[in-house]
Ligand binder design. Structure first.
Ligand code: SF4
Ligand code: SF4
Length: 415
C-alpha cells in the first residue's frame, strides 16, 4: 500500500452503514446469540461486536481526524488477515442484527466488509474462490453441464412449454438434492398446476457469490440476474415458484438491487403457495404422515425475508403430523451453519453449528427435523450423522407434502 493511501476503502459502504459502525454501543447482546462464536468455543474475534469495533478502528485509521491531519495509519497485513478469517467465520444468519438494540443491519454490513476485502485482494475464503470461476463457466457451482439442468426430470413429470407458473429449480435441487426437485415437480403435477422451467437458460442465482462479497467481480452476479430475469420474461410466466430458500431470498431481495429495477413477476416460495391452496381447500390429502415433526426456519426464508408462518401452516395441516416447536424459533432461530459460504470455506465450523442445532431438535424428541431449504437439509443431516442421531430424519417440507399426497419418491437417486 503506497504511503498516504488508506489501507481500506469506504467506497462500498453507504452513509447509513458508516453511521451504523458508530452506533454500536458495545452492549454485547449480539455476542450472546451468535452461533459461530458459540461453535468456535467463543473465539473472541468471531464475536459480532468485536468485528464491528475492529472495522470501526480500521475506518478511523484510514479516514478519522488524525488520518486527515497526518495521513492514514497503516493496517498491517496480519491484522487484515485475522479480520478476514473472523468476518468469513459468519453464516450471515442475521441473528446479531435481530437482537441489536441499535438496529444495525449486520447482514449487509458483513457482506460489504467482505466485498471490501475481495476488492483489495484478501477475500474470499478458502474454496469460496471457486464460485466465481465455476458460475462463469458452467452457470452453476457444481461444475455440471448447463445443458443437463433438466436431466433429473423423471418420465412421469410434465413440464409445460409455457405457463403462468415457472418453477425455478436452483442448482442444488437440479444437480445434487434431486429429491427436492422430484417432490416439487410431482406435487405441482398432482395438484394440476401447469408450470414451465428454464432448463439450460437457468443460471445460478448467485447467492453464494453475493454472501461472500464476490458479486462485483466481473459483474457476474448482475449478469446472472439479468440472464435469469430475461429468460423468465421470455417464457411469459408471471408467478415464479421456489423450493430453495437461498434462491428465493436472492431473487426477491438481491436481483432487484443488482439490476436497479422491480422484477416484472411475482416471487413465491412453495410454502406460501401451498398455504394458499390449503386455505382454499384445493388440496386433497391421500395419506397420513404419522410422525412428530419439528421445523427449522432457514435464515434465508426467516430472518432475511420474514416468512415464518406458511411452512408451519403446511406442516400443521398434513394429516397425521404432530407438529412441535423447538425452543429457538422464528426470528430467534439458531442457524444451521451452512450459510454465508461457511460450508464451503470453513466446513468444521459449519458442522459445529449444525450439531448444536440438531441438539436443539433432539431435546424435543421429534421423528423428523424439517426445513425448507436444501442447504439446511444437507448441513443438519451432516450434524445429525456426526452426533450419531440416526433415529432423527431430516427432510424438506415438500417431501412430506408429497408423501401425504401419495406421491412416491423412492425412484429418485441423489448424487
Ligand atoms: S450474522 Fe450470525 S453468524 Fe454472523 S456474526 Fe451475526 S450472529 Fe454471528
Ligand atoms: S448488539 Fe448491536 S450495539 Fe450491542 S454490541 Fe452488538 S452490534 Fe453493538
Amino acid at each position: 500500500m503506497a504511503k498516504g493511501t488508506p489501507s481500506i476503502t469506504c467506497d462500498n459502504l453507504t452513509a447509513v452503514q458508516l453511521m451504523e459502525l458508530d452506533a454500536c454501543t458495545r452492549c454485547g447482546e449480539c455476542v450472546k446469540w451468535c452461533p459461530t462464536y458459540d461453535a468456535s468455543g467463543q473465539e473472541p474475534g468471531l464475536a459480532p461486536r468485536d468485528k464491528i469495533l475492529r472495522w470501526r478502528e480500521f475506518m478511523n485509521k484510514s479516514y478519522g481526524l488524525r488520518a486527515r491531519l497526518f495521513g492514514p495509519k497503516e493496517i498491517s497485513d496480519e491484522e487484515i488477515d485475522l479480520f478476514k478469517t473472523d468476518v468469513y467465520s459468519c453464516t450471515t444468519c442475521g441473528m446479531c442484527g435481530t437482537v441489536c438494540e441499535s438496529g444495525i443491519n449486520t447482514i449487509e454490513l458483513w457482506e460489504c466488509m467482505r466485498a471490501n476485502l475481495v476488492e483489495r485482494g484478501n477475500g474470499p475464503y478458502g474454496k469460496q474462490n471457486m464460485f466465481l470461476k465455476l458460475i462463469t463457466e458452467y452457470h452453476n457451482p457444481y461444475m455440471m453441464d448447463p445443458k443437463a439442468r433438466l436431466d433429473w426430470v423423471p418420465p412421469d413429470v410434465t413440464i409445460a412449454d409455457k405457463a403462468e407458473y415457472l418453477y425455478f429449480g436452483g442448482c442444488t435441487a437440479e444437480y445434487r438434492q434431486k429429491k427436492l426437485a422430484f417432490a416439487t415437480a410431482r406435487v405441482l403435477n398432482k395438484l394440476g398446476i401447469d408450470f414451465c422451467m428454464l432448463g439450460e437458460d437457468e443460471w445460478c442465482c448467485c447467492s453464494a457469490l453475493i454472501r461472500t462479497g464476490q458479486h462485483e467481480k466481473e459483474e457476474i452476479a448482475r449478469r446472472a440476474a439479468r440472464a435469469n430475469v430475461e429468460a423468465i420474461k421470455k417464457t411469459g410466466a408471471t408467478k415464479i415458484l421456489y423450493a430453495c430458500a437461498g434462491c428465493y431470498r436472492t431473487s426477491i431481495v438481491d436481483w432487484p438491487r443488482l439490476l436497479g429495477e422491480e422484477l416484472p413477476f411475482e416471487i413465491i416460495h412453495i410454502a406460501e403457495f401451498l398455504e394458499d391452496l390449503i386455505k382454499q381447500d384445493k388440496i386433497k390429502w391421500e395419506a397420513s404422515v404419522d410422525k412428530t415433526v419439528t421445523y427449522h426456519d432457514p435464515c434465508h426464508l426467516g430472518r432475511h425475508v420474514g416468512i415464518y408462518d406458511p411452512p408451519r401452516y403446511v406442516l400443521d395441516n398434513i394429516p397425521g403430523v404432530k407438529f412441535i416447536e423447538m425452543d429457538r424459533i422464528k426470528e430467534n432461530q439458531r442457524c444451521c451453519g451452512a450459510g454465508g459460504g461457511v460450508k464451503a470455506g470453513i466446513p468444521d465450523l459449519a458442522l459445529g453449528v449444525a450439531e448444536t442445532r440438531v441438539q436443539d431438535a433432539l431435546k424435543k424428541n421429534p421423528d423428523i427435523l424439517s426445513s425448507a431449504c436444501p442447504f439446511c437439509k444437507r448441513n443438519l443431516s451432516d450434524g445429525r450423522d456426526s452426533l450419531g442421531a440416526k433415529e432423527l430424519e431430516v427432510e424438506d417440507i415438500i417431501v412430506l407434502v408429497a408423501e401425504a399426497l401419495g406421491i412416491p419418491l423412492d425412484d429418485c437417486v441423489e448424487t
